[in-house]
Write a protein that binds this ligand. Structure first.
Ligand SMILES: O=c1ccn([C@@H]2O[C@H](COP(=O)(O)OP(=O)(O)O[C@H]3O[C@H](CO)[C@@H](O)[C@H](O)[C@H]3O)[C@@H](O)[C@H]2O)c(=O)[nH]1
Ligand SMILES: [Mn+2]
Length: 753
């Protein structure tokens, strides 16, 4: 911990949590922001005055001015985004918790866990069941833990897997409790070579027995897979498809001991799906779970997990309660505790930055010092109340129905608040009610997805819900990043998966940026601070990095080839120094940030490179997708990230080699950009050498050089590599051709013949 950090006590004499402001980082970030802003102002001044000069020079053709304006616009957009990003550095904090100070089990509030899955091909059932088991094994009173699994595809494979999991849990959970096992995920626990516990004969014997049980469980799950049961839908023998089926809800058999429930409740929920009704992807699934759990356990707190995010530590529930039960943070406006998404399959080199280092090590701690981090889809404990409508419940029944729908049982539960009712089962009368709550017509003419529950309208439902439902309404959140990762998921480790996921995120973010909920419009009357709005704005605008980056990767190069200078000469010292300063200042600040959050120089290079790759591919496609949706040319879609591992692909990733076995549309733009930069570097420097023109063209030559060296993996994959991950000859040929065509066209534009 930073020695200089100040401590703010968040509780009374024995606080449940502490908040440490990172004073050193605050000072450094603010000083840098000031200096960098001054340099940017100087740049704008230079560009504007030069523009006037260019326009006054009547002799020049319009084309160079257009390129010049494009570069200036790119600089302005990048500067604006940089300014928004400075908000993250304003007041970063870290938090620690003291779960040992929590009240006894009888005083702990109940928790519902929501786990979403949708496709056993991409989300293998064994992995999903491991997540389920790890959630059931959380260190929490079993009668206060209820696990709901939403199976969006309605696959029998998932349902039978869940039955197997319920049965295996009967030995696994007592084992975890008796021996105080840290990791409640059996697959991870048994693959871990070192056991922290002293070798004790009884324990070893017990462990062996459980491991055997696990192997059997695993075999049964894999058998279910081989039977190809995934193709048939389970529903009272009724056939259906993953996109068209009725709802099905099943509570796994409950183990009730003389003193109440000894195992957490486990329920399977497949909502109804019909082609004629939009199902709103994960947000739709979560809203169904909110309602179904609402008439069953109705716990005041909810943990949401993606199906691949297992609990790596059994203590997260109690850690989160250190905020929810803290007299200071538990005030009515506190909504959720967000844990970082960490991944179990990250290689040391992490060429694709699959771990999203900057998001979880820099951005979220930064926002935590403002109003709290963005809800990140998985690994958060949220107050149920925060997801419902306004704090005051409408008096008029018709108003209530207009918000929450027609279910009287659900409304009664809402009105009654969240009281633990002991054991909750699903009697027959409630079965029908639950199925109706999970039907695809239930939400018609209600405010679900708009004013109630997770929000619809963007595939980044977490971001939109967080922005509009929570922080904008004055709710706050905290970010808890303890040394041991509490949740571990599957990071995207192939370029294709990464860019497909990136395209979806970009599309979802631009949806929000262009919608009526846009964070860019700052409303002074909203309950969100300006700094917090700046953070949201930057995230929503991130896909727009594609615009400046495409400009910087093509225009200076094209102009270099055509002898058009876009930047100040080396000899105009101050102007030149300003540009160099801005480049170095942002690059070195980023390096400092990487190094201070445990990264290496290699990580700094990798992250810069993948940022550039994402900008020219998935950010661009995501933005286009969102724009096409906006004008009605496309429909929203959600392609789940692949969690089934491909051995070849994993090998390449661990060897630190890019795998360009990806769609043409994703690899092509990289070939295009690299070709253009290599050509302009070669011809541009040759000409500079020949005519002794370095002074005018120095910055443009440097830019071509920078893009070329950063793109070395692409060049290597085009020309040298022979393995599976190389770039195919046809792809190279096609995109090199396109690049040459583009060059020709660009040159004609600059110098019309
Ligand atoms: O129609 C759908 C689509 C997805 N999911 C589930 O949503 C989760 C996230 O999907 P995934 O394919 O893993 O997407 P990622 O891009 O890896 O997920 C990130 O981004 C999502 C928003 O795009 C967030 O919801 C996630 O929490 C966040 O981890 C998974 O459990 C899916 O099973 C559904 O339940 N129904
Ligand atoms: Mn995922």
């Amino acid at each position: 911990m930073d020695n200089q950090s100040t401590m703010e006590e968040c509780g009374a004499s024995q606080p449940l949590n502490l908040c440490h402001v990172q004073t050193k980082a605050c000072i450094l970030n603010r000083a840098h922001a000031l200096l960098h802003s001054l340099a940017l102002l100087y740049l704008i001044h230079y560009r504007l005055s030069h523009l006037i000069f260019l326009l006054a020079q009547n002799g020049g053709t319009a084309a160079p001015i257009i390129f010049w304006l494009l570069i200036f616009s790119a600089e302005l957009l990048l500067s604006f985004m940089w300014l928004l990003g400075a908000a993250f550095g304003w007041r970063p904090v870290r938090r620690t918790v003291f779960p040992e100070r929590l009240p006894g089990a009888e005083e702990l509030p109940a928790i519902d866990v929501f786990i979403c899955t949708t496709d056993p091909e991409k989300e293998p059932t064994l992995g999903v069941m491991n997540t389920v088991l790890s959630a059931m094994a959380l260190d929490y009173p079993p009668e206060k833990l209820n696990v709901y699994v939403s199976d969006d595809g309605g696959f029998s494979e998932t349902l039978s897997g869940l039955r197997e999991a319920a049965s295996f849990a009967k030995t696994w959970i007592p084992f975890c409790r008796t021996y105080g096992i840290t990791c409640g995920c059996p697959q991870a626990y048994f693959s871990d070579q070192e056991d922290q516990l002293p070798p004790d004969n009884i324990f070893i014997e017990e462990r062996r027995k459980i491991q055997k049980g696990y192997e059997l469980f695993k075999a049964n799950i894999l058998k279910g897979r081989d039977n190809k049961s995934s193709s048939s839908l389970y529903h009272d023998g009724e056939a259906g498809t993953s996109k068209d089926h009725t709802s099905l809800i099943e509570v796994m058999d409950d183990d009730i001991g003389p003193n109440g429930r000894v195992m957490p409740l486990l329920a399977y929920v497949a909502r109804e799906k019909r082609a004629s009704h939009p199902h709103h992807f994960k947000a739709g699934a979560l809203n169904v779970l909110l309602r179904v759990s609402g008439i069953m356990s109705n716990s005041p707190y909810i943990l949401v997990l993606d199906c691949d995010m297992y609990c790596n530590d059994r203590s997260s529930a109690k850690q989160s309660m250190c905020f929810h039960l803290d007299p200071k943070t538990s005030q009515s406006s506190f909504a959720f505790v967000q844990f970082p998404q960490r991944f179990h399959n990250i290689s040391k080199n992490d060429i694709y930055d699959s771990q999203l280092r900057s998001t979880f090590n820099v951005l979220w701690p930064g926002q935590d010092g403002l109003q709290g981090p963005v809800l990140s889809g998985t690994g958060f404990y949220v107050k149920r109340e925060a997801l419902y409508h306004a704090p005051s419940f409408p008096q008029d029944m018709s108003e209530v129905r207009a918000l929450y729908g027609r279910s009287n049982v659900f409304i009664a539960k809402l009105q009654q608040g969240y009281k633990l009712e002991g054991f909750i089962s699903l009697p027959c009368s409630l079965q029908d009610e639950a199925r109706s709550l999970a039907s695809c017509t239930y939400e018609e003419e209600t405010k679900w997805g708009q004013e109630v529950g997770f929000m619809y309208g963007s595939v980044v439902e977490d971001f939109l819900t967080s922005l509009h439902r929570l922080h904008r309404q004055g709710w706050t959140s905290v970010y808890l990043d303890p040394p041991r990762p509490q949740f571990l998921g599957n990071g995207a480790t192939s370029l294709n998966d990464l860019l497909v996921q990136g395209t979806r995120w970009s599309s979802g973010l631009v949806d929000v940026a262009l919608s009526k909920y846009t964070p860019l419009k700052y409303d002074i009357s909203s309950k969100m601070s300006l700094l917090q709005s700046m953070c949201y704005s930057l995230i929503a605008l991130m896909p727009f990095y594609c615009l400046p980056l495409w400009c910087f990767a093509t225009i200076p190069q094209l102009c270099l080839l055509n002898d058009v200078a876009l930047y100040p000469q080396v000899s105009t010292s101050w102007n030149f120094i300003t540009f160099i300063f801005i480049f170095l200042s942002s690059t070195l600040k980023f390096l400092q940030e990487v190094l201070s959050t445990g990264g290496s120089i290699q990580a700094w290079i990798n992250e810069t490179r993948i940022w550039m790759i994402k900008a020219v591919t998935c950010h661009l496609y995501g933005t286009l997708d969102a724009v096409l949706k906006k004008i009605g040319y496309r429909e929203a879609s959600f392609m789940p990230t692949n969690k089934a591992l491909d051995e070849e692909q994993v090998k390449l990733y661990h060897a630190g080699k890019f795998n360009f076995q990806a769609s043409d549309m994703l690899v092509g733009p990289l070939v295009f950009v690299v070709t253009l930069n290599v050509i302009s570097l070669v011809f541009g420097s040759a000409r500079a050498l020949f005519f002794n023109d370095w002074d005018r063209m120095f910055i443009q030559i440097c830019m071509s050089f920078y893009v070329t060296i950063m793109s070395w993996p692409v060049i290597e994959a085009m020309l040298i590599r022979k393995d599976q991950g190389r770039i195919g000859f046809e792809v190279t040929l096609k995109w090199v051709g396109l690049c040459l065509g583009g060059l020709l066209l660009g040159s004609v534009l600059i110098r019309p013949v």
